[in-house]
Structures are given as C-alpha cells and as structure tokens.
Design a protein around this ligand. Structure first.
Ligand code: AMP
Length: 485
C-alpha cells in the first residue's frame, strides 16, 4: 500500500501543568499539513498515566471539535493525516497507532512506505502476532515493542531501523518522551522547532510557522532525536551521508511556503519555471499557471521569458484534489468542477500553460481543451518536472506504470494525446539546477526507473551499503545534546 501522509509531535516542558494545549496545537499543526493527506486523521496525547486518542475518517476540521479536543489532557502527543490509495481506506489504518504493552505505551505516526513490509509482516505473523490493519506502520509498531521489552528506546529504534527498507519519517511516543526518526536516505521530509517553550516535530515547517514557533532544523537522514521535555538529544546512526530526498516533494507535494532540507520550496519552484523558460522558449502572449500547483513555476517562467503573466484559469477553492476521487469518470468530472477558463484573458491569445507535473494526463487534456474552447489561438504546455515514467514505491501515490501517460510514450506522442501545440518537460539536469543539488542526493526513481533501494523487478541505482555502515557505527553513536547546538 502506498501512503502519502503528514506527521506531527509536540512535547512541552515537564514542569508545565498537564493541559489540553498540546491537543489543540496538534490540531492546528495537522490543519497546516492537510495537503499531505485528506482521508483520515488522528491525535494521541499522553498525560503520564494513559494515552487518549481521537481518530476519524475525513478532514481535520470534520474529525475534531472543541469539546473532544478539550478532553485530551496531556503534555506530550503525536498526530497524523493520511491519504492512501483505494483499498486501504478504512478506520483501522488511521494513525497514530497506539500499542499498550507490558513496558508501557508506544504510539507511532509514519510517513513513507516500506518496501519490505510484506516480508516483515509474514515473519511476525509466523511468530503469532496479530494485525488489525493492513498498514506497514503496524509492522513497525510490533517490531518496536518486541525490542522495547528487552532494550532501551534508542537501542530498540536502532535495531528496528536496521530491519526496515524503504521510506520512513516517524514521530514516536514512547513512555513519556517523543522521538523523531528519519530513514537513512531521508526520503520524506521531517523537521523540528521550538514551540511554546517545548518542541514540535513535523513533516513540514509550515506547521511550526502556524504555531508561531521557530524552525531549528531538519531531522537528518539516519538520525534519531529524543525529546524528553525541555531539551533534546540526537543520535546519528549512519556514518555515510548520501541522502535520496524525494524530488516530488519539491515538484508538487509539499507546500511552497515550507522549508525542506534547507530549501524554501517556493524558491525551487520559481527556479523550475526559469529553467523551463530557458529550455523551452516559445513565442506567446501570456503565461498562465494551472492553479494552484503551477503558480510558482509560471511566475518563474514569466519572469525569465519576459512574457506577461496572466491567469487563464480559475480554480474552485472548495474542491479537493482530483486524485482523491476514485475511478476515471469521477476524476474527469472533478477536473471540470475544479477549473474554469477566464475567457477574456485567453481569447485570441497564444497561451503557455505551466503545470507542475503530468501523471495520467487527464488533467492536462481537459484543461487544454477548456482553454481552446475559451478561444485561445495556441496552447503550449510546459511542465515543471521531467516525464514521470515509473511508479513510486516510496510513498507518493503516483499511479501504476500502465496509467502513467509518459511511461511508454515520447514527448511528441504525449503532446498529441493532451492536444497541445507544443509540450516541454523540464530536463533532469534543469531540475537539479533548480534544486541546487546533486542528482545523487535525490530520489529520482519516478523519473528514471532506478531506485535508491532494491525493489523486486526494478533497477537499483545504489546499493544499500549505508545499512552496513549503520550497524558498524552503532556502538559509536554519539548523543548531541540541545545545549551544544
Ligand atoms: P493527471 O496528469 O491528470 O494525473 O494529473 C496531474 C496533476 O495532478 C498534476 O498537475 C498535479 O497537480 C496533480 N498531482 C500530481 N501528482 C499527484 C499526487 N501524487 N497526488 C495528487 N495529485 C497529484
């Protein structure tokens, strides 16, 4: 199962009287992360004696209310927003997972996708363990509890990390402390900051902004940070550092006002637009974004090309992402419901439409037809990502290879299918310039079909030597305290 999610955790200093402040803060943080998952959400807070949770299907404002949140007393808590592909849409999969065991309480909020979840689950089931969900997060929970019965939390997390293959940005609650864990490749984002005298750990920095906190930094690939209350300690579990951050977070998924791995997403997208303008110039009258995802790149394209930026399309702001609707028919209706052309702005004009990505191609085809119908004389499509040719196994819901319009077609063929006068996909080199980083430090599996981890039936671009390094360095893991920062 593929999951796109947002995670959150907050802990206030131990001397603070127990209150519902953490529950309300988690609510606002999850609201800020709503774009990362709209299917279900959950919050767990702990008051030192027992956990209390609220979970539900739907959006953050629909699942919680003042009364229910008000009852969640406790100065440490974690939360989650989830969106998965169809099939996994049920309350049992809703996170955080809370496990009460002989040694206390563990709660887990996970963003990512384990490639070896099936194998690990089989092993656990053979040992007699029972699962209530089909989510790989529960696998992490069982593995963790097995270790916690024998070892301390850091040792236990290390042992579990060694078993996991795939992407995982985790926020954990274990017996009074909150932990941030990021996989050795740092696929999915995770950062932390100071929030109301305590600490907050979130998928994206916009949650820290919302809570009027201060971003401290990203959690590093292979890092475990423990937050006992008014301080934190870091354990770096890998010696080597060759990250493989997800490019699609920068292209589409993250909010543009977030800072991820030290980069403001807005700036990256603006540079993507500039690179596109350099790579695919065309004489045109206006540059129009496909709202909202194409706005920042369209601004960059217009600035670089000197062609007027003018909105040719308007979006109905009360409609969620079209992707969320199951079935092709419903998706196509949703595109029409979602977007409308502004006739006066496009009539008789040569229009460049800038969007962040083409996945199945449904949206582009519909939108281009819409702009033509509104009177545009030419419609040129410019896409802020290279062609997506392969599925994502690491946490972005990207459709199957067969569904991906560009997986087996040339740009010319896609151009014809979406009915554009011309089509330009940003090159991988252009994307790396916009990201200001090395291709080897990013996961570009969906763009090349080569993945940083071994996936059965797919090509692997670098071997997982990092996990060997990981075990070698385990005894020398150094704690860095918050005072030394
Ligand atoms: P389509 O080509 O019709 O599948 O739709 C592509 C559009 O959907 C892009 O312009 C994005 O704005 C958006 N999109 C791309 N990837 C995703 C995703 N993983 N989840 C939801 N929406 C996406």
């Amino acid at each position: 199962m593929k999951e796109e999610c947002g995670v959150a955790g907050i802990i206030l200093p131990d001397d603070r009287p127990q209150s519902n402040a953490v529950a309300f803060k988690l609510y606002y943080a999850l609201y800020a992360l709503q774009h990362r998952g709209q299917e279900s959400t959950g919050i767990m807070v702990h008051d030192g004696t027992s956990p209390k949770s609220i979970k539900g299907m739907g959006l953050v404002p629909d699942v919680y209310n003042k009364e229910s949140l008000g009852r969640l007393i406790g100065n440490a808590g974690i939360g989650h927003v989830r969106y998965s592909t169809t099939g996994g849409s049920k309350i049992e999969n809703c996170q955080p997972f809370v496990l009460n065991f002989k040694g206390g309480t563990v709660a887990i909020a996970h963003n990512g996708n384990l490639v070896n979840a099936r194998k690990l689950k089989d092993e656990l089931e053979n040992e007699g363990r029972i699962f209530i969900s089909d989510s790989d997060t529960e696998v992490i929970g069982h593995l963790l509890v097995k270790e916690l019965i024998k070892h301390d939390p850091i040792e236990s997390i290390k042992t579990v990390m060694r078993k996991l293959i795939g992407s995982y940005s985790l926020v954990l609650f274990i017996n009074g402390a909150v932990y941030a864990v990021r996989d050795p490749f740092g696929f999915k984002p995770l950062c932390f900051g100071e929030v109301d005298g305590g600490y907050g750990i979130f998928s994206e920095s916009v949650a820290i902004d919302t809570l009027n906190g201060t971003l401290i930094r990203d959690v590093r690939p292979g890092e475990v940070i423990v937050f006992p209350g008014s301080s934190f300690e870091s354990y770096q579990l890998t010696a080597e550092s060759h990250p493989a951050h997800c490019v699609f977070e920068f292209i589409y998924f993250a909010r543009p006002d977030s800072i991820i791995d030290g980069k403001l997403v807005y700036k990256v997208r603006e540079r993507i637009g500039r690179e596109l303008a350099r790579e695919y110039h065309v004489d045109a009258d206006i540059i129009s974004p496909v709202p909202d995802s194409g706005i920042t790149s369209a601004i960059g394209y217009a600035r670089e090309s000197g062609i007027m930026y003018l909105e040719g399309l308007m979006k109905n702001r009360y409609i969620g992402r079209t992707f969320i609707l199951p079935g092709q028919d419903l998706r196509e209706t949703a595109v029409r419901l979602k977007m409308n052309a502004i006739q006066d702005n496009v009539k008789g004009r040569r229009v460049v439409l800038v969007d962040d990505s083409i996945v199945r191609g449904t949206t582009s085809r519909r939108i281009i037809d819409m702009v033509r119908k509104a009177g545009a004389s030419e419609v040129h499509a410019r896409v802020g990502s290279p062609a997506i040719i392969a599925p994502c196994y690491l946490g972005i819901d990207m459709a199957t290879r067969q569904e991906l319009i560009a997986s087996d077609k040339t740009t010319k063929e896609v151009e014809g299918l979406i009915n554009a006068d011309s089509l330009g996909f940003l090159s991988i080199e252009g994307l790396m310039r916009a990201l200001e980083c090395d291709r080897n430090d990013m996961c570009v599996g969906c763009l090349t079909g080569e993945y940083p981890v071994e996936i059965p039936g797919e090509k692997c671009r670098k071997k997982q030597t990092r996990l060997d390094d990981f075990s070698k360095t385990k005894s020398s893991s150094q704690a860095v305290s918050s005072d030394s920062l």
